[in-house]
Design a protein around this ligand. Structure first.
Ligand SMILES: [Zn+2]
Length: 457
């Protein structure tokens, strides 16, 4: 059954409106709780550092002729390698990025495990995947944030931390294009949020369109568009903002970071039909667990998101199966359908694990982020998109749930590969996606908020 009515009335709920459940409810969440306070939970030794990740990838490459490993970029601060791994030689191209936020570390761990299966496995499923898919994965997009050492993050000695942003500094005079939604100068050491750094149409700040990124409000340090509204290209206007697109469009990135450039080049070369990005979310609750299981709400193990949702409502432009008003104006109906199937498929797979842990998937509320991988790149090749949001950034929860988050990711990716390879992804009802409840985010005793934003993805 589909919640058509629910969606229409719930259309205003988006990424930034999902905060609020606090207090006693948050303290009671399960499963796995109660957990130690963050200060005792954080232990980064459970994760692969940059050097260890490189060694693991090289090991896998050396032992298998199925794998192609190459360095496709260098991080802005530490100048550590940005890796790309390709496996399979099928017609369906899948592009995957991980850990673009440094404190969201289980993607690379999952990639290593998946590569081990695909590089050495001989099962019919593995053969079918390698025959039908070409998988291009970037295990760790943000080595600077993943491996922040010492005071400026660049050293080899001192405290090892993980944090969201990279360490690239904006310098007066270097560029005028300081994007308010991507640059964090108030952090302990400044840097960029790389998942706000892409841009939809492939412009860079040095081309003739530079006026798009002019800083017009220096007091607020916001980079708004500085051209008359009638000159804003129609295909750049956000459909939900009829009068004034500036508020939304300033979030489009300038592609100044080497990490963004490496991802963009890798993406365009892969020319993917499917684009998947792995993240961690702020602790979230599954709103329907009390009805199903009794007692307090349980935590959501993961939220998923298709680049499609009620924020794209245009009266006359685009209609997706008569559903949720209108669709994403930058994607074909086919790509939107496949996006919904891609996300719902993983939800269905997790139901097979039985109630209580892996089947507490929720839907991540969608709001356009023009500088993100999914909004900035996927439309360029009309790729279906999926966002993984496993629970807890590492600076919120340390390594406590590492095994669970890696497992849910590995199982999700493997079922995706198998289902694209054998075509069964086409059997998923795309509208079932909307039956997943929206995640409820909360601030609680185990959720340390670090000031970048209340709800993070
Ligand atoms: Zn993220």
């Amino acid at each position: 059954m589909h919640r058509r009515q629910f969606l229409k009335t719930g259309a205003a709920v988006g990424t930034f409106a999902l905060i609020g459940t606090t207090g006693a409810q948050a303290r009671d969440y399960r499963p796995g709780g109660p957990w130690a306070p963050n200060e005792r939970a954080v232990n980064y030794s459970g994760y692969l550092d940059n050097e260890q990740l490189g060694e693991r990838l090289q090991q896998i490459d050396k032992r298998s002729d199925r794998v192609e490993l190459q360095q496709v970029g260098t991080s802005a601060g530490r100048e550590d390698p940005i890796w790309e791994v390709t496996i399979g030689d099928g017609n369906e191209s899948v592009h995957i990025i991980n850990q673009i936020h440094g404190d969201e570390p289980t993607g690379p761990e999952a990639m290593v495990r998946i590569l081990q299966r695909l590089a050495r496995g001989n099962s019919p499923q593995v053969e079918e995947i390698l025959d039908n898919l070409t998988i291009t994965m970037m295990p760790r997009v943000n080595p600077d944030g993943s491996n922040f050492v010492g005071e400026d993050g660049l050293g080899d000695e001192g405290e090892f931390r993980q944090r969201r942003i990279n360490t690239n500094e904006w310098e007066e005079g270097d560029t005028r294009y300081k994007n308010a939604n991507s640059y964090y100068y108030w952090a302990d050491h400044p840097g960029y949020d790389l998942n706000r750094g892409f841009n939809l149409l492939g412009h860079d700040p040095f081309d003739e369109q530079e006026a798009w990124w002019n800083v017009v409000d220096e007091e607020e340090e916001l980079a708004y568009l500085d051209i008359p509204i009638e000159e804003v290209p129609l295909d750049l206007k956000d459909p939900s903002v009829d009068e004034n697109p500036y508020d939304v469009l300033w979030s489009m990135g300038t592609n100044v970071n080497p990490e963004n450039q490496a991802v963009t080049e890798s993406y365009m070369e892969a020319d993917p039909d499917w684009a998947i990005t792995h993240h961690h979310q702020t602790p979230a609750l599954h709103p329907e667990t009390p009805e199903k299981g009794g007692g307090p709400q349980w935590q959501s193990v993961m939220s998923v998101m298709a680049p499609f949702g009620p924020h794209y409502i245009r009266e006359d432009e685009y209609d997706y199966a008569g559903y949720v008003g209108d669709g994403n104006p930058y994607m074909s109906e086919d790509a939107q359908t496949r996006s919904l199937q891609l996300n719902q498929l993983v939800n269905e797979r997790m139901q097979d694990f039985g109630y209580g842990l892996f089947n507490t998937l929720t839907r991540f509320g969608y709001g356009p982020l023009w500088g993100s991988y999914l909004d900035g790149l996927a439309p360029r090749t009309d790729a279906a998109g999926m966002l993984y949001e496993v629970s807890h950034q590492s600076d919120d929860r340390g390594q406590k749930a590492l095994g669970t988050m890696v497992k849910v990711s590995v199982e999700g990716f493997m079922t995706t590969f198998e289902s694209i390879a054998d075509g069964s992804i086409g059997d998923v009802d795309p509208l079932d996606y909307f039956d997943m409840p929206l995640a409820e985010y909360f601030s609680g005793p185990f959720s340390r908020q670090r000031g970048l934003r209340e709800s993070r993805e």
